[in-house]
Design a protein around this ligand. Structure first.
Ligand code: SF4
Length: 445
């Protein structure tokens, strides 16, 4: 067997692509190794959301290039993912030791690329496509985990002014339901207990199907009908694409969990407009309220950006009040980072000074922490079902950690590893990022 090492940067979408690439490579005699020094093929799957991540990828291949030049001329190096999609051939100039550049649109071409590279060719495959990639037949080499991620859409049509995704992942394409359902079946057969459907905007799934009217709610129904004890989640939702039918489906289906991730990005309607988000503060609030009213015990999480170009102190404070007003249970926060090609990156004269941006980022983090604790405290004393994901040892005791249906992490001491089991727990305490509990009943495997 030849050996491959893949360094994956960035979001879950990239991690999912890596699992797909490893699946293909295993058909061509490659096994994954953890030590890059022992590999015949080194690949980096890059992220271009922030400059820091892009720089990290360049510095990593710099090290690999040295290994190749000094000790191992047969070593093959591949540069993949979002930065590859943007830079294409330019990468060869910057890093002549790279053997292939593979963007996000053509992952299914990896086998032919590897063949060409093994024959000494240099390959760049970054053509934009409007089709969904299809790597059926190669399988997916999933990370050993209770949860399996299944992509349902690729790309995005929204062109938020700060976001690079439409440029790196192209226009939105929905994957065929039969392909998704087969991938879910395979994951369940491998022992995964949770399927998370993944896409930039999962709730616009199916909008591009010309020959059928089949949307996310239909897909959830078909997946829910599969045999077995498992849970279903989906991320990420674009606020105005969430339909009443989708919310009703979540309530109706027993395997679909009560969890919505609905990025708001800013609490100020003026900033939202500049971000090209297609809703106002009030409209976002109304959607969140509707989800809360219809789905008992739902957890709603969000994303926010601090220091978007031109954001005033008052507008930033609207973000802080939105987190309170809409009782957001948890939020990912980031300081604005300009990305080449995006509209907002050109508004240099409106850029917020780094120290102000940083200070807003810290205040935003503090607000998120406060609200997260408030949200967790609601559950103390309740009995909840968790799916155990892993365990660790503390002071000689085994602690299992799992997630409730509504995505709260719970730590429970127990004398056995319960990974992969559904367990009832009594919540005994709340911390900022997790709950403590004790096992009341082992439900089922
Ligand atoms: S919805 Fe906006 S932020 Fe999300 S991926 Fe699309 S362009 Fe980027």
């Amino acid at each position: 067997m030849k050996k491959v090492y893949i360094e994956t940067m960035g979001c879950q979408m990239n991690k999912s692509d890596t699992e797909r690439m490893l699946g293909m490579l295993s058909h061509f005699g490659y096994e994954e190794v953890e030590n890059p020094k022992s590999a015949d093929l080194l690949m980096v799957n890059t992220c271009s959301i922030r400059q820091l991540s892009e720089d990290k990828a360049y510095s990593l291949i710099g090290v690999w290039g040295k290994w190749k030049q000094e000790n191992n001329p047969d070593l093959k190096i591949g540069f993949c993912g979002c930065v590859a999609q943007q830079k294409a051939e330019k990468l060869f100039k910057r890093a002549p030791y790279v053997d292939f550049v593979l963007g996000t649109h053509n992952i299914y071409k990896l086998p032919e690329i590897i063949k060409a590279v093994e024959n000494g060719e240099k390959v760049c495959e970054c053509t934009e496509t409007h089709k969904t990639e299809d790597t059926r037949g190669f399988g997916i080499k999933r990370v050993k985990s209770v949860n399996a991620w299944v992509n349902i859409t690729e790309g995005c049509n929204n062109f938020c002014t700060y976001c690079i995704v439409p440029y790196t992942r192209g226009r939105e394409r929905s994957r065929l339901p039969e392909v998704i359902i087969q991938e879910a079946k395979d994951a369940l057969a491998e022992g995964h207990k949770e399927i998370t459907l993944l896409g930039q905007n999962v709730d616009s799934y199916g909008k591009d199907f010309k020959d059928k009217n089949y949307r996310l709610a239909d897909l959830l129904r078909d997946l829910n009908a599969l045999d077995g004890d498992f849970r279903i989640r989906f991320v990420t939702s674009y606020p105005t694409d969430i339909t009443d039918e989708l919310i009703r489906t979540v309530v109706e289906l027993d395997k679909v969990c009560e969890y919505f991730h609905i990025p708001m990005q800013s609490g100020s309607t003026e900033v939202l407009k500049k971000m090209n988000r297609r809703y106002t503060r009030e409209e976002y609030g109304a959607i969140v309220k509707k989800v809360r009213d219809m789905v008992p015990d739902v957890t709603i999480t969000s994303d926010f950006i601090a220091g978007f170009p031109g954001e005033t102190e008052e507008q930033f404070e609207e973000t802080l009040t939105a987190i309170d007003e809409f009782e957001l249970d948890y939020c990912n926060v980031a300081a604005y980072s300009p990305r080449e090609k995006t509209v907002a990156a050109k508004w240099v004269d409106k850029f917020i000074p780094e120290d102000v941006k940083d200070e807003r980022f810290q205040r935003l983090n503090k607000k998120v922490q406060e609200n997260c604790l408030k949200s967790n405290l609601k559950y103390v004393g309740r009995e909840m079902e968790i799916l155990v994901e892993s365990f660790y040892e503390r002071s000689g005791k085994l602690i299992n950690t799992g997630k409730t249906r509504n995505n709260k992490t719970v730590h429970v001491p127990y004398d056995k590893d319960l990974t992969g089991q559904f367990v009832n727990v009594k919540i005994t305490g709340a911390k900022t990022w997790y709950l403590n509990g004790e096992v009341t009943k082992i439900l089922r495997h």
